[in-house]
Structure formats: structure tokens, C-alpha cells
Design a binder for this molecule. Structure first.
Ligand code: NAD
Length: 294
């Protein structure tokens, strides 16, 4: 079994981006500028946004955090989004999800300028991705594809079973794996909460992408020998023995599935850090596209 080391690969990607940023500075060019909008004080969101902003600083990007109170109205948030759309200094931005219940998430995401939508959540980007056109690919599936590519995992004609059909992970990764391409051309089965007899399907899988958010869901008796396992799940499990009061775990029984797998991602240290690296990559792409006048 080999670990797909997302931490190591994400550091490589960040270093590659940092080199490009240094070259931009040497040429006297504007460096990429990522903004993040956070509404409220959800613990996990604060952690995610914090690490995105810190990563920007480390690689030489400009970053702006717009932290709005929980009671921010939908109208005020839409105004903020419009300001970011109009601000020529901002290359890309994200609106951290989930938003408070009184705000229509879809309405906000639809208001983001697709040319600055580095999360790739706008229908214009999602549609282009599905049609193999240049777009912003959502960072988590983009990170999974990059991890497979850098470890030279053979996906050609393989049976990939994706667990979970969310718009940010399951659905897009099923599209990307089924597309034409070197690290693609897989035969994909997209499964979800209404799927009958999931185990029969996972037992046939050469590659499993698990994105449902249930600890210990994928067990050793559900996978065949030499399977490639990508664990996207991130669940905070309460634990009083730890200083922060919880630990992070994925969807996969790592210890036992790992004994059968050819490759497996750990949690933490797998898909999570890749997601941040690819958000930065998308911001660099946004900067390059804006410079080129797109
Ligand atoms: P979600 O939480 O929106 O939905 C869960 C999906 O799992 C649904 O599509 C549902 O149909 C499916 N599901 C539920 N029970 C199932 C079952 N018994 N069998 C098969 N499918 C079932 O999905 P999400 O937003 O993609 O999040 C999934 C997990 O991935 C969460 O733990 C989340 O925290 C994590 N996540 C991690 C990253 C990262 O960077 N590593 C990024 C996004 C999400």
C-alpha cells in the first residue's frame, strides 16, 4: 500500500506557484489577489478560511478576508459580491459555505462573476467543465485529479465508484473521471443515499472516491484487493482528551482498507491540503486570464 500524500504534493504545487509569483514580481507585474467572504462564526469555516488566507500569504499572493456578522442580510451580501465583481484588483474570490439559513446560497453563488469564480461553483463554470471547455474546476475534484495525475495512477478504462453526489465533490469528480484524457477515461458509477446494494458496486471498483461524511463508512469487506481509495470525508468527532475537543476523520476505515488498497489517501493529509493548493492554482489561472484580457 502506498499513501497518496496530499500534504507533500500540495506543498510541491504551492512551491511551483510561489516560483511563478516571484517571477511576476520580478517583471513588475501585479500578483494574484484572492478574496474570501465569510459570514458568521462557524468553527470549521473559520478554520478553512484562515488556512486559505495563510496559504496566500506564504506563496506571495495578496489576500483579503471579508468577515461579516451572522445577521448580515442577503441584500448586504449580494452588495458585497457585486463590489468584488467590480473591483479590478481582485482576481478571484470565494464565498465560504455554508451560509446562514436566512441567505439563499444559490442566489449568492449565481451573483459571482464567473471570471472570478475560483471555486468553480457558478453554473457557467460547471457547464463548461462538463463540456470539456476551459473553466474553473471546483478545487476538491481538481485536487483529486491532480493527486491521481502526479502519482501516475492508471485510470484508463477502470471502474471508478464515487460515493456521494454533491455539487462540490461527487458530481464534478464523476464528470472529470469519465472525460477523455490521460488521467481520466474511467467508467464511472455515481452512487448516493438511494443507491441499492452499494457494497456490490464498491466490490467491483478499481477506484473509489468516498465523499459522504460518515466516519468508518467504507470498510475492508466492501473493497477488492489493490483498489485505489480517495477519502474526501472530513468529520469532526468530539474527543475530550484532545486540547481542541475533537479529532478529524474521513469516511474510510483507513487501517483495514489500507491493508487491501494499492493506494490510499489519509485524513488528514490527503484531499484536504490538495483542495487549498488547487484554489490557489485557480487564482493564479484567474490572474493569467485577466492579464490576457479574458
Ligand atoms: P454532502 O454532505 O452535501 O452530501 C453527502 C452525499 O453523500 C449525498 O450526495 C448523499 O446522497 C451521499 N450519501 C449519504 N449517505 C449515503 C449512503 N449511505 N450511501 C451512499 N451515499 C450516501 O457532500 P459533500 O459536501 O461532498 O461532503 C462530503 C464529505 O466531504 C463531508 O465530510 C465534507 O466535510 C467533506 N469535504 C471535504 C473536502 C476536502 O477538501 N477534503 C471538500 C468538500 C467536502
Amino acid at each position: 500500500m502506498e499513501i497518496l500524500d496530499g500534504k507533500k504534493i500540495s506543498n510541491q504545487i504551492k512551491e511551483e506557484i510561489a516560483v511563478e509569483v516571484r517571477q511576476m514580481k520580478e517583471r513588475g507585474e501585479k500578483v494574484p489577489h484572492l478574496a474570501a467572504v465569510l459570514v458568521g462564526n462557524d468553527g470549521a469555516s473559520l478554520t478553512y478560511v484562515g488556512s486559505k488566507v495563510r496559504s496566500c500569504e506564504k506563496i506571495g499572493f495578496q489576500s483579503t478576508l471579508i468577515h461579516l456578522p451572522e445577521e448580515t442580510t442577503e441584500e448586504a451580501l449580494l452588495k458585497q459580491v457585486e463590489n468584488l465583481n467590480q473591483n479590478p484588483d481582485i482576481d478571484g474570490y470565494i464565498v465560504q459555505l455554508p451560509l446562514p439559513k436566512h441567505i439563499d446560497e444559490q442566489k449568492v453563488l449565481m451573483a459571482v462573476d464567473p471570471n472570478k469564480d475560483v471555486d468553480g461553483f457558478h453554473p457557467a463554470n460547471f457547464g463548461k467543465m462538463a463540456l470539456d471547455m476551459e473553466s474553473f474546476i471546483p478545487a476538491t475534484p481538481f485536487g483529486i485529479m491532480e493527486l491521481l495525475r502526479r502519482y501516475d495512477i492508471d485510470t484508463q478504462g477502470k471502474h471508478a465508484v464515487v460515493i456521494g453526489r454533491s455539487h462540490i465533490v461527487g458530481r464534478p469528480i464523476s464528470i472529470l473521471l469519465s472525460q477523455k484524457g490521460k488521467t481520466a477515461n474511467a467508467t464511472v458509477t455515481l452512487t448516493h443515499s438511494r443507491t441499492h446494494d452499494l457494497k456490490t458496486l464498491t466490490l467491483q471498483a478499481d477506484i473509489i472516491v468516498s465523499a459522504l461524511g460518515v466516519p468508518n463508512f467504507l470498510k475492508a469487506d466492501m473493497v477488492k484487493e489493490d483498489v485505489v481509495v480517495i477519502d474526501v470525508g472530513i468529520t469532526r468527532v468530539p474527543d475530550d482528551t484532545r486540547e481542541r475537543g475533537y479529532y478529524i476523520t474521513g469516511d474510510v476505515d483507513f487501517e483495514n482498507v489500507g491493508k487491501k488498497a494499492s493506494y490510499i489517501t489519509p485524513v488528514p493529509g490527503g484531499v484536504g491540503p490538495m483542495t487549498i493548493a488547487m484554489l490557489l492554482k485557480n487564482t493564479l489561472l484567474a490572474r493569467e486570464r485577466h492579464k490576457a484580457g479574458n
